[in-house]
Every structure is written in structure tokens, then in C-alpha cells.
Design a protein around this ligand. Sequence first.
Ligand SMILES: [Zn+2]
Ligand SMILES: [Zn+2]
Length: 128
Amino acid sequence: MIETKTTWKDSGYDCDHCGGQILERTDQETGQPAQVCYQCQMCGCQWELSGDILRVGNMTSCRRAVKNQEAVQVNPVHLRLVIVIGALILFGLVYFGGLVAVRYLIPMAITVFVFRAVYQLGKERMWW
Ligand SMILES: [Zn+2]
Ligand SMILES: [Zn+2]
């Protein structure tokens, strides 16, 4: 006979959708490895331990939050575009005049920013 036992434990997190308490849910099925996920007590959203959403709750704020999260995940392309446009605008500013300090500081800031973005992107994709 297969029995499922669910245990709940306080995860210590608060839900950023509804502010409810997030519990750690462990489903133990006989003869199976335990399945652990997070579940919000209020809105019922479920997350994997890695933070990926498993099930979206019924509240409007849940759906909005998930949409925002998707927007963030699309970001790498978006981010690169912003960097390129930002760099072009700043180089234009520097090219067409501006304070002497700006000429040196801004390209330096852009270089640091771009290297940082590339480094983080590479780390995310596990290039290094
Ligand atoms: Zn919630
Ligand atoms: Zn939610």
C-alpha cells in the first residue's frame, strides 16, 4: 500500500505576492524519495527549492508577480540592448563635447559596467 505523508515546516520566508507565511512542504511517498517544495499559506503558490515557480496561486498579485519574473528572465537580450544604447548615448555626449572629467570618467564607468555585465552573464550560463 502506498501512503503519502505531507509534513509542513516554517521556511522563514514571507511571500512577496501576498505577504503570507511560506512553508516548506515535504511529500513522502512510501518507497519514494521525499519531494520538497515551498508553499505559501495564503495564496497557495508553490516554488521549487531553487526558487522556480511550480504552481501559481489564484490571487491577482501572484499572476502579476509571475509575469514580472518572466520579464526578468527575458532580460539578458534586453539588458544588452540597454547597454548598447546607453553606451551610444554616452559616447555621443562625450564626442560632442562635455566636461573634461566626463570624457575620462564615463568611458571608464561604461567599461567597468560592461565587463561586470559580461562576467555575470557568463557566470549565469556557466562559461566559467
Ligand atoms: Zn503568497
Ligand atoms: Zn502567490
